[in-house]
Design a protein around this ligand. Structure first.
Ligand code: PRP
Length: 220
């Protein structure tokens, strides 16, 4: 079961919907890789093809990108490091695009700092339960209760659902406007390129060529 993977001569890209996809396509354009079809905002089409370069693009929900790539439904994916860490799929991470920069942090009200310091059994709300679990259990050796949320995670400490949150901080304004602060930094994040492990062997030249060209374009 190889789906539509490279068997037909096309390289297939899964892009996480939204800002990352837009930035990625802008970067690809500087390499002469264009996909006019995709720019039509009214279109409900899901898959776009560049026949000349034998490339195919589709837009997926961010957290699904590593899934498409692991199973070979896409040869290449672009997703945030947060998603890649959380999904923990068997894929190669080959390139840091350097855009979409932000940080994964433990956040909460200032007074929650003591709870972290004293390794109390606290409640941690997050859209990223695996990242939260790995950080508290494996890095800090602190037993906590993790509560999975799907968005607006900052609400957790505000309404008394959790003591702290593990979430993405970009400008910090969401935290600031809600009286919360960064308490600990887990890791820096940015957009990354991931590759299916079989595609990397079968299409080695094409994919490594693309990575080289992208690296050059990123340095400009
Ligand atoms: C993300 C993140 C924070 C916010 C951080 O949420 O979860 O809430 O952005 O950005 P800032 O530091 O610049 O304020 P997103 O907008 O993706 O929506 P969500 O809360 O529904 O996940």
């Amino acid at each position: 079961m190889r789906g539509i993977m490279s068997t037909d001569g096309y390289l297939t890209f899964a892009l996480g919907k939204g800002r990352l996809a837009k930035k990625t396509l802008e970067l690809f354009e500087t390499l002469g890789i264009t996909c006019e079809e995709m720019k039509d905002k009214d279109s409900r089409k899901l898959i776009f093809v560049n026949e000349d370069l034998k490339l195919r693009f589709f837009l997926a929900k961010g957290p699904d990108v590593p899934t498409y790539v692991e199973y070979g439904a896409a040869d290449i994916g672009v997703a945030g490091k947060d998603t890649i860490m959380e999904e923990n799929r068997r894929v190669y991470e080959v390139l840091d695009f350097g855009f979409g920069k932000c940080r994964m942090c433990v956040c909460g009200p200032e007074h929650a700092k003591d709870l972290l310091k004293h390794h109390e059994r606290i409640r941690v709300a997050s859209k990223y339960p695996n990242i939260a679990k790995d950080y508290f259990y494996n890095q800090k050796h602190q037993t906590v209760d993790i509560i999975k949320l799907n968005g607006s995670v900052e609400l957790g400490p505000l309404v008394g659902l959790s003591d702290v949150i593990v979430d993405i901080v970009e400008t910090g304004s969401t935290l600031h406007e809600n009286g919360l602060a960064v308490l600990e930094e887990i890791c820096p994040l940015s957009a990354r390129m991931i590759v299916n492990q079989v595609s990397m062997q079968m299409e080695k030249e094409r994919i490594t060529g693309l990575i080289t060209n992208l690296k050059e374009a990123l340095q400009k």
